[in-house]
Design a protein around this ligand. Sequence first.
Ligand code: LMR
Length: 291
Amino acid sequence: CNRFCSILDGVVMELQDCALPLLREVIPTDKVELGFKDLDAAILVGSMPRKEGMERKDLLKANVAIFKTQGAALEKYAKKSVRVLVVGNPANTNCLIASKSAPSIPKENFSCLTRLDHNRARSQVAMRCGVPADAVKNVIIWGNHSSTQYPDVHHAMVNVHGKEVEAYSAVKDDSWLKGDFISTVQLRGAAVIKARKLSSAMSAAKAICDHMRDWWFGTLDGEFMSMGVYAGGNSYGIPEDLIYSFPVHIKNKSWNIHDGLPINDFSRAKMDATAAELVEERDTALSFLSQ
Ligand code: LMR
């Protein structure tokens, strides 16, 4: 058994050790025809991580190859109703490539993970206000799962001693909310890597569970969650043909972007900046896809 096979054995053992009530069988394999067969849900975790000295372009090129293959495998073997969550970075653009490589699966069935950033934003505000994380709702992550993402709390509410208060009033520190709060969430992934010498694991796994659970069972009334989804037809002026993180409601396994939120100039500039980064990533990735 090679190293890869032994790592996979370890993952199988951990899955068994979770004693998950819905787990019937684990099929460890590197064969796409087995791994992607009749899937209802696909969580695409693996990607080529950025290594020292690597240009963004090299990273995109390697990942286009990976997500083209995985998209093609979904197209060929998975159910057309499969729900796909892309976690491997650069997650938004990888997700777009997978979707383009699976043309018969609806674009709405593809998403990328920004729930980790959403949870980070929620938790930062909660700690600042001295309340539990679930006392904070309706934070938004706009855009790319990268350092240009825009964590926005203009529409967030905090439950302080049983009373719902706007986040800006609960925090009472606008300069923190417009400064360090945003950069802390934007750079949190890098901070975790610096501290652990490894990418986030526990918080990423929790965010994946949160994302998939909400996709299956829906979001709570009056609450939206952040999810990287296809931007086609959005009402926020974000360029189409991107996977962009928006606030979404989910019902009957379908997401809808929460429309009609007022956007001030501060937010507009940040939403556009992260969109511009995604347009650039997309155009570079598409040039590799067509090669
Ligand atoms: C995170 O946000 O924790 C990760 O996406 C960071 C990374 O690059 O692995």
